[in-house]
Design a protein around this ligand. Structure first.
Ligand code: SAM
Length: 200
C-alpha cells in the first residue's frame, strides 16, 4: 500500500479521500492536498493560480474566493467539458473578476501564455486535467522565473493505477537545472511541484 511512516497517525480519510464537499461541490482532492496548495499559495506569494481541469469547480471556488479579499490575486480555470462545471461557480468567478475558460488546454497555448505573462507575480500552474504528464511536459517551458508547476495523481506505490504520475514521468523536471523541486510536495502531498529558477 502506501508508506505509513510518512504520514504517522494522520487518518486515511484525510490522506486519501479524493472526494470532499466543503461547498457541496465535489473536489477530487484530499483535505491534505487542498491545505498544501493553499500553503504554497501563501508561502510563495502566488498571484495567479491556474487550474487545468476544473471539474465541478469545487476546488476552484475555494481558490477563486481569495480574489474577493486579495485584489492582487487571480484564479484562471480551463475545462474541456462545460457540462460538468457548477453554474454558481461560473457566476462566482465572474463576480470575483476571475476567468473560467471552456476548451481543450492543448488547443489554447496562446491563452495560457497570455495568462502567465500577465501575472504580476508568481504563477502556480496546477496540472489536473485529463493527462497530467502531458500537461507538465507541455507547459513547463511556459514558466517564468519564480513560477511553479505542479500536478496531481503522483502515486508510484499504488501503480499500476491508470493515469497516475510516476517518478520517471517527472524526470525531465527532477533533473532539470532550470527547476528546483519544492520540498516535500511529491512525497507528503502526492503533488510534485517544481519552481522555475532560470530560463533556458
Ligand atoms: C480530475 S478532474 C479535475 C478536478 C479538479 N481540479 C478538482 O480539484 O476537483 C479533471 C478534469 O479535467 C478535464 N479535462 C480533461 N482533459 C482536458 C483538457 N485537455 N483540457 C481541459 N480540461 C480537461 C475533465 O473534463 C475533468 O473535468
Amino acid at each position: 500500500m502506501y508508506p505509513r511512516e510518512r504520514y504517522g497517525n494522520t487518518p486515511d480519510s484525510v490522506i486519501f479521500r479524493f472526494g470532499i464537499y466543503p461547498y457541496k461541490m465535489k473536489i477530487l482532492q484530499s483535505w491534505l492536498q487542498v491545505g498544501a496548495i493553499f500553503d504554497l499559495i501563501e508561502t510563495e506569494q502566488i498571484k495567479t493560480f491556474i487550474e487545468v481541469g476544473v471539474y465541478e469547480g469545487g476546488f476552484g471556488s475555494l481558490v477563486s474566493a481569495k480574489s474577493f479579499y486579495d485584489k492582487e490575486f487571480r484564479y484562471f480555470g480551463i475545462e474541456i467539458d462545460s457540462s460538468v462545471v457548477n453554474i454558481d461557480f461560473i457566476d462566482q468567478c465572474r463576480k470575483a473578476g476571475n476567468l473560467i475558460f471552456f476548451g481543450d488546454v492543448f488547443d489554447n497555448f496562446t491563452l495560457m501564455r497570455k495568462i502567465i505573462s500577465e501575472s504580476k507575480g508568481p504563477v502556480l500552474l496546477f496540472c489536473d486535467g485529463g493527462d497530467k504528464v502531458k500537461e507538465m511536459k507541455t507547459f513547463y517551458s511556459f514558466m517564468r522565473i519564480g513560477d511553479i508547476i505542479m500536478c496531481h495523481d503522483y502515486m508510484p506505490e499504488l501503480t499500476p493505477a491508470i493515469g497516475s504520475v510516476l517518478d520517471t514521468d517527472i524526470e525531465f523536471l527532477t533533473f532539470n537545472d532550470n527547476f528546483d523541486e519544492v520540498s516535500g510536495y511529491r512525497w507528503k502531498y502526492r503533488m510534485p511541484a517544481f519552481r522555475c529558477i532560470a530560463k533556458q
